[in-house]
Design a protein around this ligand. Structure first.
Ligand code: PEP
Length: 253
């Protein structure tokens, strides 16, 4: 049985892109599009690089669009040069943080145990943790997708997480930034599997949003966003243009 449709979340991961000028233009553009269609039944979230969070938070005020970050440290404060605490993100106006993105797992050797500790810190600070999981191309070709996703999920989500503050993003690594996407049937199979695990582990697992991420664009959003158990998108490249991001949001309803 599929879960009743949850309100979609369209989250933009700007990655290490942008400037003060881009942040200003992009958020003004998005806020204008959102203001013209407040009835569109989607939640929007933008996740700029850390240096632009405060500016973005100011620009987003009153827009109905939420602000998120791309990482946080496990500790609340201290001698951790270059790192950012979850409470600092809250102080900058963030409501959410992306954790365990495959680029952080690859670039910084982040393990699922570290991701779980970061998610714990995020939840303690009052943030929503968007926990990313996904298989590499070799793992997919080896038929290990469900095994990899299960292990990452089990290792990365705190045991007491609740639907109001926990979002899962399924992002096949081979689909990120490549223009390649899984077939809708493949997405459906992985999302059904994730939903089964969440329901088994959490009493409100049916209400936890599970996003699909990997080369989502306005042109494929309507199909991907209507796959059963897909509750929105985590968007990289197409989140850097207001019209493209908004096009995805329109496709999700
Ligand atoms: C991402 O990195 O989270 C992502 C989904 O990127 P893209 O949309 O560019 O594939």
């Amino acid at each position: 049985m599929t879960t009743p449709r949850l309100r979609p979340l369209i989250a933009g991961n700007w990655k290490m892109n942008g400037s003060r000028a881009l942040t200003t233009d992009l958020i003004r553009g998005l806020a204008g599009l959102r203001a013209a269609r407040p009835d569109l039944a989607v939640d929007l979230l933008v996740c700029p690089p850390a240096p632009y969070l405060t500016l973005a938070g100011e620009l987003l005020r009153g827009s109905g669009i939420a602000l998120g970050a791309q990482d946080c440290h496990v500790k609340a404060s201290g001698a951790h040069t270059g790192d950012v605490a979850a409470a600092m993100l809250v102080d900058c106006g963030c409501q959410a943080v992306i954790l365990g993105h495959s680029e952080r797992r690859a670039d910084h050797g982040e393990t699922s145990a570290l991701v779980a500790a970061k998610a714990r810190a995020a939840l303690d600070a009052g943030l929503t943790a968007i926990v990313c999981v996904g298989e590499t191309e070799a793992e997919r070709d080896g038929g290990a997708t469900l095994e990899v996703v299960s292990a990452q999920l089990e290792g990365s989500i705190p045991a007491d997480a609740e639907a109001g503050h926990l979002v899962v993003a399924y992002e096949p690594v081979w689909a990120i930034g490549t223009g390649k996407t899984p077939t809708p049937d493949d997405v459906a199979a992985v999302h059904a599997h994730i939903r089964g695990l969440l329901k088994a582990w959490f009493k409100d697992g049916a209400e936890m949003r599970v996003l699909y991420g990997g080369s989502v664009k306005a042109a494929n959003a309507a199909v991907l966003m209507h796959v059963p158990e897909v509750n929105g998108a985590l968007v990289g490249g197409a989140s850097l243009k207001a019209e493209d991001f908004w096009g995805i949001a329109q496709g999700a309803v």
